[in-house]
Design a protein around this ligand. Structure first.
Ligand code: SAM
Length: 493
């Protein structure tokens, strides 16, 4: 969000002090609500979200896709004569008691509401009343209903992922005997034709996991040949090319020393535990980071000049919360042939914004030796600036313009992944990227070493190509860009 928008709400006061936290601050609350509502109204005009994913119900409310905690949203229809048609369903979430067990990607059986006696809590027949009326009205009026499929998020305890699966129509409605012997209402929704696949992609991936050989275009089951903790498959569904040119698969970078950071006099002394927990709050590595522990729930919280992780000689656990990029891949990736940019990278798993994707593995080379090399990462290039640490003032931190988002890697780092590299060497460039890089430092052999970690800029649905901004050399981009995004500036590198 731009500073302009923040200024346009003159009575906004950022942050909550302790007194506010106890007593409440209606000015802050109402200005946050104003901003939320402005964003929601604007987004509900512009969204075209087929296949987009959400990790929290509130996110769907923000974009105007589905509001509230009930698995059906309805609107009032003023001009409809009969009583039963005054409310009409506009969106359903297939989760909980209403969920569909068949999981057909083109249709959905949605169970009606009710079936528990209001006064005594005993099971009873569902009736054509209350929340079933808007569903019945949508059936009779043949109106369009948005469908959100709900899946369990394997990476979070009790977490769900919501997939927007496009528009459906209720084509049938019937009553049947439920498992407990009482009547339940069933509504059959059929997906409107000519929509790009969304939930269907998830179902295909589920099948591939059960037997990789059925993955169309499969060339290799594991390009890393066991070097990574998860398989990286290689596929080509586009032409006959049977793989990228030969390279050595390595999982990490041969380290670089940061000269201007003093060596490890104050390494982490947290003991055998995870830093950042209630017992390990004084971690010297975490304290080097602005704002404390950089990762919460496995996602990067804010972007900054350098993130400091616990290192080799810190006594904390291998699973310490302040160790992320050194703990390997977290998602099942595939290297695939793109239509016009050679090989590219994408994931079978949904990726939550801020998640660690991979590091840029390869060999460190001196600046100036990168001619004729397509596999260069160069931290000293000019990168399009972007704001990722949104709204820090809402949580009482310095305003955006005071936090340096531009990366200042103290010594420039040039990595070549031409001869040796990992999945990162296949990430193509985009002028509207969904991935960004972050420099990460950790101690090795008593010295601070610098690495480049890639993180998801936004939530990324499965099989969406992962691309970052390659930046431009000081003299301007040398290669023609084919990213085909609206913001394409024509060149990169
Ligand atoms: C680091 S490699 C990426 C992997 C590469 N596509 C492959 O097949 O191995 C960088 C090269 O990919 C191609 N590439 C990446 N992004 C591109 C883009 N936006 N437009 C055109 N070509 C691109 C260019 O040939 C570039 O030199």
């Amino acid at each position: 969000m731009s500073d302009r928008l923040i200024e346009s709400i003159p009575f906004f006061q950022g942050g909550m002090n302790e007194k506010d936290q106890e007593a409440g601050n209606s000015v802050v609350v109402s200005s946050v609500m104003l901003r939320f509502d402005a964003v929601r109204r604007r987004l509900s005009q512009i969204w075209n979200l087929h296949g987009d994913i959400f990790f929290f119900r509130g996110e769907m409310g923000l974009v105007g896709l589905h509001s509230g905690t009930i698995d059906m949203e309805f609107i009032g229809v003023e001009d409809h004569g009969d009583e039963e048609g005054k409310q009409i369903a506009v969106s359903v979430i297939s989760s909980g008691k209403n969920a569909d067990k068949t999981e057909d990607p083109d249709s959905l059986i949605f169970t009606g509401f009710g079936g528990t006696d209001m006064y005594h809590g005993q099971p009873c027949n569902q009736k054509l009343e209350r929340l079933n009326i808007p569903l019945e009205a949508a059936f009779r009026k043949k109106s369009i209903v948005r469908v959100v499929r709900c899946m369990k998020d394997e990476k979070r305890t009790n977490g769900n992922i919501y997939i927007y699966d496009g528009t459906y129509m209720i084509t049938n409605r019937w009553e049947e005997e439920g498992q407990n012997g009482f009547i339940v209402f069933k509504f059959k929704l059929v997906r409107e034709p000519d929509q790009k696949p969304a939930f269907g992609i998830w179902k295909s991936i589920q099948n591939w996991r059960n037997g990789l050989s059925i993955r169309p275009g499969l060339i290799l089951e594991d390009l890393s040949n066991g070097a990574e903790n998860l398989k990286v498959c290689l596929v080509n569904e586009v032409d006959k090319e049977n793989g990228p040119a030969l390279f050595r698969y390595v999982t990490s970078l041969i380290h670089e020393v940061i000269n201007n950071i003093p060596s490890m006099v104050d390494r982490c002394a947290c003991g055998r535990r995870s830093c950042g927990s209630k017992h390990g709050n004084n971690c010297a590595c975490i304290q080097r980071n602005l704002g404390g522990l950089p990762y919460v729930d496995g996602v990067l919280v804010t972007r900054g000049p350098t993130v400091f992780e616990c290192g080799e000689s810190c006594p904390c656990f291998a699973k310490c919360k302040n160790k992320m990029i050194q703990t390997g891949l977290k998602f099942n990736f595939e290297v695939f042939k793109t239509m016009d940019c050679g090989w590219g990278l994408r994931s079978w798993d949904p990726i939550r914004a801020g998640s660690f994707i991979c590091e840029y593995a390869g060999e460190i080379i001196p600046k100036g030796n990168e001619e004729e090399d397509d596999y260069i990462f160069d931290s000293s290039r000019v990168y399009n600036s972007f704001q990722w640490n949104y709204e820090p003032e809402l949580v009482g931190e310095d305003a955006i313009n005071k936090v340096p988002e531009k990366l200042s890697v103290s010594s420039s780092l040039v990595i070549s992944a031409k001869k040796s590299g990992n999945v990162a060497r296949f990430m193509n460039h985009s002028c509207s990227p969904n991935v960004f890089w972050q420099s990460i430092a950790r101690e090795q052999n008593g010295l601070w070493c610098l690495y480049i970690g890639f993180f998801a800029m936004k939530h990324i649905p499965p099989l969406t190509e992962l691309r970052y901004d390659y930046g431009k050399s000081r003299g301007g981009g040398k290669k023609m860009c084919l990213c085909r995004t609206k913001k394409c500036c024509g060149s990169f590198g």
